[in-house]
Design a protein around this ligand. Sequence first.
Ligand code: ADP
Ligand code: ZN
Length: 743
Amino acid sequence: MNKLQNSTEKLKPCDAKAKQQYVSVVLPFAIDRSYDYLVGEIGTVAPGTFVLVPLGTQIRTAVVWDSPVGIQKPVQSAKLKQIAGKIDIPRLPIISMRFAEWISQYTLSPIGMIVRMTIGASSAAGSRKQNFGVQYVLGAPQLSRMTPARIRVVEVSADGQIRTKADLAKTAGCTTAVVEGLIKAGILTNVVIPEKAYAQPNPAYKLTDFNEDQKIAVHLLKAAVEAQAFSVSLLDGVTGAGKTEVYFEAVASALAARHQVLILLPEIALTSQFLNRFEKRFGCVPVEWHSATKETERERIWRAVAQGAIQCVVGARSALFLPYKNLGLIIVDEEHDSGFKQEDRVNYQARDMAVVRANLGKFPIILASATPSIESHVNARTGRYRHVILPGRYSGINLPDITPIDLKSNPPKQGCWLSPILINALKETLNDGRQSLLFLNRRGYAPLTLCRTCGYRIKCPQCSAWMVEHRFRQRLTCHHCGFTLPILKECPECGEKNCLVLCGPGVERILEEITDIFPSARTVLLSSDLIPTLNEMRKVIAQIESGKVDIIVGTQIVAKGHHFPKLATVGIVDGDLGFSQSDPRAGERSFQLMQQVTGRAGRTVERGRGFVQTHLPEHPVIQAIITGDRNAFVEREIQERQAGMLPPYGRLAALVISARDKNIAKAYAYSVAHSAPKADRIIVLGPAEAPLSMLRGRYRWRLLVKAARDIDVQSYLRTWINQIPTAKCDARLSVDVDPYNFM
Ligand code: ADP
Ligand code: ZN
C-alpha cells in the first residue's frame, strides 16, 4: 500500500456506522480537496448526485464524489455536518469525475474549479425552474359576464393547446389581466409547459457522393468509429478539400451506433453556414453550446445531455465539460486554433483535453485542419495519430497564387497603407463583379498616438501598452485591460493642441483608405469589437455570402472556416505582423493565419489570387506562404522545436508573478525562483520582467520551466509550489502548464 492511501485511511472517521453514513463532496470553488458530509435523513446518495451542503453559515451546491479527493485532514465524526438536501438534476457521470480529476492534476488547478466548469457556472445546479402556461378547461361552465375580450381568449384557447399567458393575450389581442380573470373564473387553468424534445439528427438523411480521395478518408474515419476504441485521427486537407463533409460521415457512424457526438469549433467559426450544412446532411440543426447560448437553454441542454436526450452538440471549448451520458466521438475542427487554449482561471488547452476525454471514454477523436499544429504533425509522424490526408480542393480549383509585394520597392503613397499593386488588383476584382478581402490583424484605427512636439506616446495608465484609437467609437482603448478614454485633442503631457499624430494602421484606417479610393464600393468591416455577438456576426457573414459586399476588411475573425463563394482576391496588409521573438509558436501562428486567410480566395471562382505586403520577402514564413511549400516550413519548424527542446519535444510551464507594488513583485519573483528544486533535465529560466510588464495595474514577472518530454512536470511544480514562502501583501503566483501566451 502506498503512503498516500495509508494516510487517507487513517484520517477517516473509523467506526463502522459512521463509515456508511458519510460521503465525500466537491464544492465548486477554488478548493483542491473534497469534504466529508453525513448523509443523514436523505438515505443513500449515489456518486454524482448534486446536493446542498452547509458551508460556514451558508448552504452551497456540491457534487457527491465516489472517493476522497486531495489531501484530507482528520475530522472527528461528531464534527461532520449533514447534507441539507438533494437537487433534482441528473447525476454527474463517473467519467466526468475522472476527467475533472485529470484536468485538475495536469493544470494544477483546484478540483473545485473544474467542477465549477462542469456544472456550467452553477445554472445547471440551480433549482430547476418549470415554465407555466395556461390551458382551456374542458367542460368549463358558461360564464354570465363575457366581455368581447374574454370571448376572444376562449375562442383562441378552445383548441386545447398550452400557451404562456403573454402569448395567449397577444393572440387574442387583449391584456394578460383578461387571461388572469379567466383563470380565476375557472375557464383556464395553469399547467406546466412540457419541455420540447430535441430533434434527433438522422445519419441517413442525405448521403453525399465522395470523390476518390474523400472515399479513402471516409473509410479510414468510419473504421476508427466502428472500432469503438481510443484513437486519434488527424484529418489534414487544404481549405475547401471537403474535411467537413468527410468528418460528417464519422459523425453519422457514431450516431447510427447510438453514441453521442461532440463537434468542437473555435467560437468564432460557429457560423450559421456550419449549422445549415449540418442540417442539410442530418435533417435538423445540431444543439449549440457557446457564450451566446441563453442561461435557460443551458440548463435544458445540460440535463438533456446527461439523460442522453441530445445526440449531437456543436460547441466552443466549454462544451467539453457537459455531462455526456455515452459520448462516442469528438471532432475538433480547426484544431490548430489557439482559441482552444483557455487562459482564464483554469488554464487548459481544449484540444489536448479533448484527446484526454476520448482516451478516458475509450472512443475515437478526429482533429481537422488545413494547417495542423506542429504538435499534431509530430504526433502524426511518430504514428501516435493516424494521418488522414485530403490532397486537393473538392472543386478541383487550384489554391490561389500568392504574390509577395515588397513594400521597399512598391511603397504605398505617403500616409497610406496599400501598395499600388494591391490597389490595382482590388480594382480588377471590382470590375469583374467579384469580392476582395483585406486582412490586418489589428483592431481599431491606429495602434499608437504620438505627440509631435514632446514625443509623448499615449499609454494605458494600468498596463505597459499603448492606447489604440478606435475612430468609430470615438475612444482610445487599451487592448489588454479594456480601459478607455475619449479621443484627445491636445497632448496630455505638454498640453500642445493639434500636435497628436496617429502612427500605423488598424482595420478602421484601411477601410477609410478603401472608401477614399473606391467610394462606390460596398464595404464591410469585420472586427470583434464592432461585431460583438455571434448572432450579429452571423448576419454580416450571410450578407457577404449572398454577394452584397464588394470589399471586406477584417481581423482574424475572417480566417475561421468561412466559405465566401464570390471571393476572388485576398490581400494581407502586413505580412510581418506577429513575428515575435519570445513566442515559440509565433512563426507557426503567422503561417497558419496567412494560409487560412488566403485559402478563403477562389474557392468556387477561377483565378483566386492572394497578395502579401511585406518588408521581409525572404523571411521563411513569407516564403512558405508564397511558394505554398507547407512541408518545407513544417520540417523547419519541427527541427527548431527539436533543437530548442520546445513542445512537443519538451514540456513548458510558465509561472507568472504579479503585485501592485513594483518592488514586491520583483522580490516575490526572486523568492519563487530561489525555491525552485534542483532537478535533472529541467531548466528554470528567469525571473524576468514580463514583456507586458504591467497589466491592470499589477507589475508582472515571469519564469519559464523547460523540461524533457518524459519528465513529470506536474510533480516537479507541485513540490516547488509547496516550498514557496507565502506571498507578501497582494503578490500572486499563477501557473500555466503548456503556455500559449508569453507576454
Ligand atoms: P473544408 O472543411 O476542407 O474547408 P468543406 O467541407 O467546407 O471543406 O468543403 C468545401 C466545399 O466543397 C463545400 O461547399 C462543400 O459542400 C463542397 N464539397 C466538398 N466535398 C463534397 C462532396 N463530396 N460533394 C459535394 N460537395 C462537396
Ligand atoms: Zn490597460
